[in-house]
Design a protein around this ligand. Structure first.
Ligand code: MN
Length: 217
């Protein structure tokens, strides 16, 4: 891999779709130039847009390669979750949690549902080109081995590529309940807030969930 000749991400579509004077989302002025000491980032956003979905994003080429996952990730290796490849998002988007105002692209509440490091199993650019990404996740919620696999068919709307997000069998896989990880871990990995608290713009410091429970007992 020759440094400087890597295929870089492109956030022009991301920018074209958004009005940064109206949305609190990052404009993404800079492309992340080097691998940070902490490794490559991943984030899973829970996004209550017109349809609730999850967005799976991994740092690659200085941007976040992004897939919209309508049903969210599953820890059950027999469950294959549809993941539509969407436009590259700026690297800074990994820190975005908040509300996209009504009338703007993707209007609705956005939560950092999970965050952490992704560890590619091979050269990321080559795996992307081949349509077969194998990697490990070291997140707050998602861990172990995962795969993203491109299907041959390209969806007709916008020519988006359909991929599948699949948990690979290892000690972090859980068979039998495809949605368990989503149902049992509904809070933000970044701020501990639920979707309503993010929508209300609540200061994470003012959330007394744990304390209240202790008092009631
Ligand atoms: Mn989304």
């Amino acid at each position: 891999m020759v440094r400087g000749k890597e295929e870089k991400g492109d956030i022009s579509e991301y920018r074209r779709k958004r009005r940064f004077e109206k949305t609190p989302e990052p404009e993404g002025g800079k492309i992340q130039s080097a691998v940070s000491a902490g490794g490559l980032s991943f984030v899973v956003h829970k996004h209550a847009a017109s349809h609730l979905h999850y967005d799976f994003r991994i740092e690659m080429g200085g941007v976040l390669k992004s897939w919209a996952v309508p049903k969210g990730p599953s820890l059950d290796p027999s469950v294959k979750r549809l993941a539509m490849l969407v436009e590259d998002h700026p690297y800074d988007y990994k820190d975005f949690e908040g509300v996209i105002p009504q009338g703007e692209y993707g209007a609705g509440t956005v939560m950092i549902w999970d965050m952490g490091e992704w560890i590619p199993g091979d050269n990321p650019d080559e795996m992307l080109k081949k349509g077969s990404l194998k990697f490990r996740l070291n997140g707050a919620k998602l861990k172990g081995k995962w795969a993203l696999t491109r299907m041959k068919k390209v969806s007709e709307e916008e020519g988006r590529e359909s991929w599948l997000l699949i948990k690979e069998r290892d000690e972090t896989a859980v068979s039998g309940n495809g949605d368990e990880i989503l149902e049992e871990n509904p809070l933000s990995a970044a701020t501990g807030r639920d979707m309503d608290e993010i929508a209300e713009g609540m200061d994470p410091k003012n959330i007394l969930r744990g304390t209240k429970k202790k008092v009631l007992r």
